[in-house]
Design a protein around this ligand. Sequence first.
Ligand SMILES: *Cc1c(COP(=O)(O)O)cnc(C)c1O
Length: 345
Amino acid sequence: MSYLRPPSSPDSLRLHLNENTAGCSPAVLAAIHAIAREDTAFYPDYGPITAAVERWLAVPAGWVLPTNGLDEGLHLAAQARALQTRQPGHVLFPEPAFEMYAACADASGLGVVRIAPEPGFRFPLDAMLAAISPDTRVIYLTDPNNPTGLGVPRGALEQIGSAAPGATVLVDEAYADFSGRTAIGPMLDRHRNLIVGRTFAKAHGLAALRAGALVAHPDTLAPLRRIQPPFSLNVCAIRALDAALGDRTYLDWYVAQSVESRRIVYDLCARHRLTCWPSEANFVLVRVGDDAPAIVAALATRGILIRDRSSAPGCAGCVRITAGVVEHTRRCLDALEDLLATRAR
Ligand SMILES: *Cc1c(COP(=O)(O)O)cnc(C)c1O
């Protein structure tokens, strides 16, 4: 699968997968070290961690389904809808999009309908509404989007949710800790076909432990609960997540680092007259030009990994740079500046 972690030397600076470049909170490691022999031997109880996530997201009991990373949640949404009708159908999403959505459709025997990007990545609301049909099973929306970092405009979720009463609208909020915005709230009660997906991989730095959550009305989650394996999160992920949620100071520090990192990326783009998009997430999409693949390769030889997105729809000439710890971003930008200077000559 294209989504698999690309090979890289272990000491590379990883700015290609939007991971937390500082690692997890030290409290997370302490919690893992505190695991006892019996803890690894007994099937875990999900009650306490589910309650902790419900508190963290400020939703009532029963509104959270913890998942083995958000990826599992994305799959569950497609599988549950495919099973419900057992008729041919499709998933629908605007491009450019996270690669997993098409994989979820494949895994569930569903087709894929992709909405082409509009100029400036304006959200294609009319095209989305026009594409909805009785065969639409799941609509994946990423807010803020990956790889653009742009938000879904206000009101679009409700409009799409109302226009597709027979489909699940999965709002992927993998980067909500950075955007500070969420669809979690009264809207989920009014629109029972909406499910919000969250991950603790990115801002909380738990990508390797696998911890995510789906948030929706309990009736909406019920068909997904039925098909999820009963022990999807392992004990390390549970303890780590609990500790991560308890360390708000660390999260706030990291989010602030990301804000400053994005600012210095924008500065570089302004100096070199490169197009980039104002990002609400921990990365920036930058149009470096036709030599984007060569620039990505040249940075890789210097031990700095960024993501070539030039073949994604609407993203010709673009790379995506993770904006995490400021010092890491600076190292990347210094090297990029070097390459751009050589190119200018
Ligand atoms: C990283 C990412 C995910 C996956 O999160 P995991 O919890 O690691 O499975 C889901 N959606 C988007 C848009 C992402 O960028």
